[in-house]
Design a protein. Sequence first.
Length: 379
Amino acid sequence: MIIAVVVILVLIVLGLVAYNVTIHKKIQKFKSMNQKITNLYVVQDFMNAIGETSTVEDKIKKINDILIERYEIKYSTIVVFDGAEYQVKASNVEKKHWHALKALQNVDMFKDSIQSATPKYVTVNNENEKLPYQEMEFGRAKSAIFFPLYIDNVYIGYWIIESGTPHDFDNVDTTVLEVIKENIVSVLKTVVHQRTLESIVRKDLFTGLYSEEYLYGEGKKIIDQYTLSTVCMFKIINIQEINKKYCRELGNKVITKISEYIADNLAKEYVFVRYMGPKFVIAFSGVEIDGVADFLNEIKEKVEKMSIELTEEERTEVTLEAKKVGKNAKGNECKQVAMPRLNFAISSYYKGTGLEEVLKKLEEYLDHADLKESDITNI
């Protein structure tokens, strides 16, 4: 009888063990599935952040905020080498600690991590200790994982996560963190081109307008606040004739006067740039083509009625400059009056599509149009 009871109890215990193992496997499977779903959401959030109409700096800060929120990370910092120095691009750590955080490449334990392209985990054993890289702070971080970042095998900086609890990352899933790291690299790689454009934006000498590159950075940020906009490119089609027949100084003044007149008559939400040479672009943010037709007709009519000439002072300056370089000044030619002629091409632009493709299409049309054509063409 006793033996039978023992056997039954053993079977019950084994059954419970098997049941617990099964439940544990299901929980682990659920956790894995849940983690994958979280990762998918994070990747989607990353893609949305990249697509947002904001600067590179804002995008990097946004993805760092996503990491902190989605993975409940206490502290997260992204540091990037810009070619001259290390800069904290995103962090939720107080700025007074940034000096130490952007100098981690000089810490011996992290030097090895950078050279081997592997993450480095550091922690303390009790609350009275501090991490090796900390300078004046004691209570903020007690454990950290350092991830070197590479784009096409080129070291570009690092990502470091920190916790205020010792050994907090002992059982963390490093596979997940590696996936996050690769997503950070993907974002940084994607915004490299935008950063380049932002850094080369210049203002034109004669007109004071931004150059073409502005359209793809800050300009696009303004335009993409709306689903549909109208992009207009116009060309001063007789500028070469004015330069050749009269003088280049008069041609420069024609460009300046036209730019000033149009800029003064444009709303602030519209983007106006000198695209290239005698070509200019106006992006009518949030306006359909029918809504700009009357305005462009009026602009064209007013500009082509302009009589532009150099002042006596400007002509004297031309003469003096010519004498300095040993040339004969075109005194009589510079006294002439120039009347500009414009050719317009317009097209719709939809948020999320290629703005550069729309501009290329407009430019090709204007470059191949008959020199005598002076019209407003909807492409």
